[in-house]
Design a protein around this ligand. Structure first.
Ligand code: HEC
Ligand code: HEC
Length: 372
């Protein structure tokens, strides 16, 4: 059937404009321009988001009060930490790269393996309570918050009543939803001619948009592109310990001897999902090096070389990953395009605290019996 006739038939079927666009996009093997556009801000309650912001920067919500969310998610790095592999709770190191929080409220699955796919509340709980992240007991967190008169006022103002665990997570979730990209050359229509050529390659011959689709440039799905393992996870006992804790908890067989990160396999336990990882957003890349779930690539140039080779060497690799044979000028265009997806820094008033958190308040002595 010709595309024209097909198009007419689809129109007759009265499919929505969105379905029409994506169906035609699928048929021609390229993404259509309409799919891409600025990320829309999410609706949040300002009083809740304000409270969430203070909690985000407060180290008292970690067990030993040494780490806040912002220890690993730094606003000046689009809420990443600039390291290949993240830090972790005192005495440990993490086995994954800290992902950006830009537009994180729009995702439909979270964490590099996509193991949390319901809501940001669950992700926040995982960050706070996981032993190798903030290692916090929620009941202790609640008592700490109830001691601080600023929190008592802020919880009330946000309509949450007394400080509570559920309220704290709800507030942090609201703050996370405020983190929205803006001001990139891509969104402002100020891309260089090189970046524009790069965008055409991206949608066309280079095939990037089949996974990096939509206005956040991700399908939120796991794929195997053959990213090599990071040996540091297995040679550093502090990282290996965190990894073993994780793999044991998720029932991965033979977790003591495992020397690879199995990614999305965790959810399905199906062999074909070994070493697939969630497609990351491509927004704010100039702030978020190094790249990939394990920080294996230091620069965007390295990433482009990797794709030009057809990705890595893996029996489960996605069939769409083929050598691209790009000319040096095309690699440069692609690079310029990727850079044009970064906007204003998040290190500005909207996303940071104006004043340091004041912890100089009198302790409530009979706190068990004292209501706020
Ligand atoms: C010790 C470092 C560290 C701390 C502290 C930390 N995170 Fe994370 N965060 C990470 C790492 C590493 C990942 C990816 C983990 C994975 O894939 O298993 C992550 C993932 C996330 C994600 C999912 C992003 C995505 O696109 O999938 C969100 C949301 C998030 N963190 C929010 C928070 C919040 C809110 C806090 C504070 C309550 C916090 N983080 C504290 C390191 C940290
Ligand atoms: C088959 C799906 C697929 C295709 C096609 C694809 N990617 Fe990716 N991309 C991914 C996945 C999955 C990751 C993350 C892998 C990981 O974490 O190990 C990724 C990671 C990246 C990253 C690193 C982002 C970060 O924050 O770590 C960049 C940059 C990138 N891709 C650009 C491109 C470009 C440019 C193309 C086209 C040449 C392309 N991708 C084609 C799925 C794909």
């Amino acid at each position: 059937m010709s595309t024209k006739r097909l198009r007419r038939r689809i129109a007759v079927l009265c499919l929505s404009a969105v379905t029409l666009t994506s169906t035609l996009g699928l048929l021609s093997g390229t993404a259509s321009a309409e799919e891409f556009g600025p990320v829309q801000p999410k609706d949040v309650k300002p009083a809740l988001a304000d409270l969430g912001k203070r909690l985000f920067y407060d180290p008292r919500i970690s067990g030993d009060t040494t780490a806040s969310c912002s220890s690993c998610h730094k606003p000046e790095k689009a809420f990443t930490d600039g390291q290949a592999l993240s830090d972790a709770y005192s005495g440990l190191k993490h086995f994954r790269n800290t992902p950006t929080l830009a537009n994180v409220g729009h995702r439909s699955a979270w964490l590099h393996d996509g193991r949390l796919g319901t809501n940001l509340n669950d992700v926040t709980r995982e960050m706070i309570t996981e032993t190798y992240l903030m290692n916090m007991d929620m009941r202790i967190m609640q008592e700490r918050l109830k001691q601080d008169p600023v929190y008592v006022d802020m919880f009330k103002a946000a309509g949450l009543g007394e400080p509570s665990n559920g309220g704290a997570r709800k507030a942090i979730q609201n703050f996370l939803k405020t983190i929205t990209s803006k001001g990139s050359p891509f969104d402002q229509g100020t891309m260089s001619s090189g970046a524009k050529r790069g965008f055409e390659l991206f949608k066309g011959r280079a095939g990037c948009a089949s996974c990096h689709s939509g206005n956040r440039f991700t399908d939120d799905k796991p794929h195997n592109i053959g990213v090599p393992g990071n040996p540091e996870i297995w040679s550093n006992p502090e990282r290996h310990t965190a990894f073993v804790t994780y793999a044991k908890f998720f029932g991965i067989p033979n977790y003591m001897n495992l020397r690879e990160d199995l990614g999305a396999y965790l959810r399905t336990h199906r062999d074909e999902h070994r070493r697939s990882f969630l497609t990351p957003t491509l927004r704010e890349l100039t702030y978020t090096a190094p790249y990939m779930h394990n920080g294996t690539f230091a620069s965007l140039e390295d990433v482009i070389e990797f794709y030009n080779r057809g990705g890595g060497d893996d029996p489960n690799k996605d069939s769409g990953m083929k050598p691209l044979n790009l000319a040096p000028s095309q690699k440069q265009d692609l690079l310029e395009f990727l850079k044009a997806l970064s906007g204003e820094s998040f290190a500005r008033d909207e996303y940071t605290l104006k004043d340091e958190i004041d912890t100089d308040y009198p302790v409530i002595a009979k706190w068990r019996k004292t209501p706020n």
